[in-house]
Design a protein around this ligand. Structure first.
Ligand code: NAP
Length: 315
């Protein structure tokens, strides 16, 4: 497979921006389809990125976006359902449309983003719909060369996971935590992107699914403690019993920003950890949380400190 041009669906997001960046560094032409030009603004500094504004759920738009492309990367995903966006439409139906559009446009390779723990009988609707997306790719007749990626939680400068804990740690000295014992093996966004970009044009990964995890497992409680330590704060983390955690999530899912939903909580009732080693085919070992996170969390706290200094100085 010779790859010169790729189209990233969901390329404006947290993972998509890193993939676009690394694909450009490899000299590829990258087209990003997004519903919002504003969200793609950070990508415009990349030399070989072309932004196309449109909704990937519209099959005609999808067809136009894939025209002339050698590979498609489907990252479109949501963590919470809402008006006009259901898990099944975004994760399963869209995956079917993407496969059909790849076939129609002659796109030879499809890299599909799923999630670790996706299964038909998973406890959460999010993970069940991700399994629907995987099935749409795996079971398609005459599908392009496909590869499915199933990461545990992804961390990085702009993540909504450790940064959320950092905000809570800065604001509160006591943190009541649902699913405190749920386990994860967080993986760095740049390592996820590296797997995607190395998979491009590599026939060895065709028809394979890869679980992607960082080197160590942590409970949710340990992750919050790690963030607090990194920010130099002592915090009291109070693990909530299941019934209270459900009540907390029921309240939070109705507040703006939906910090946590009952479906998120259900997804954490099973551990989100890989059983095997990191896939050798990608040729590198993933970074440890401790080697990456202090740099970006400390950076934010330093900025916050400077802002406070400026406030005090009246500037
Ligand atoms: N972050 C993690 O920890 C993690 C872990 C496991 C799996 N994943 C999966 O990785 C993928 C990327 O995650 P991310 O963290 O980068 O997410 P993100 O920052 O929220 O980006 C999601 C992307 O999906 C697009 N999108 C969202 N809702 C859409 C809709 N209704 N219709 C069309 N496009 C829509 C957005 O494009 P627009 O520009 O059009 O808004 C955006 O670029 C997702 O599939 C996610 O489930 C993420």
């Amino acid at each position: 497979m010779d790859i010169g041009a790729i189209c990233i669906l969901g390329g404006s997001g947290f993972v998509g921006r890193s993939i676009a960046d690394q694909a450009c560094a490899r000299g590829l032409r990258v087209r990003v389809l997004s519903r919002s030009r504003t969200r793609t603004r950070p990508l415009t500094v990349l030399p070989t990125v072309e932004i196309m504004v449109g909704d990937p759920r519209d099959e005609a738009t999808l067809g136009r976006a894939l025209e002339g492309m050698d590979a498609a990367v489907n990252l479109v995903g949501i963590l919470h359902e809402g008006a006009g966006r259901s898990f099944s439409a975004v994760h399963a139906e869209l995956a079917r449309k993407v496969v059909r559009a790849c076939q129609a446009s002659g796109v030879g390779q499809l890299l599909h983003m799923s999630a670790l723990g996706a299964a038909e009988d998973a406890p959460s609707a999010y993970l069940r719909s991700k399994a629907g997306g995987e099935a749409a790719v795996r079971e398609a007749v005459d599908a392009p060369h496909w590869t499915i990626f199933r990461p545990s939680v992804v961390f990085g400068q702009d993540d909504r996971f450790l940064n959320l804990f950092a905000t809570l740690v800065r604001l509160f000295s006591v943190i009541p935590l649902g699913a405190a014992h749920a386990r994860f093996r967080p993986i760095w966004v740049e390592d996820v992107a590296r797997c995607f970009v190395r998979a491009l044009g590599d026939a060895r990964v065709s028809g394979r699914s890869y679980d992607l995890c960082g080197p160590r497992a942590y409970s949710l409680g340990e992750l919050v403690e790690f963030v607090a330590r990194t920010l130099g704060r002592r915090r009291w983390i109070v693990p909530l019993p299941d019934a209270l955690a459900r009540m907390q999530a029921a309240v939070l899912e109705h507040l703006p920003g939906q910090l946590m939903t009952r479906d998120n909580l259900r997804s954490m009732s099973v551990d989100n950890v890989c059983t095997g080693a990191f896939p050798e085919v990608f040729g590198f070992a993933p970074a440890a949380l401790e080697a990456v996170v202090p740099e970006y969390l400390a950076d934010v706290s330093a900025r916050a400190r400077y802002a406070r200094f400026r406030d005090h100085a009246g500037r």
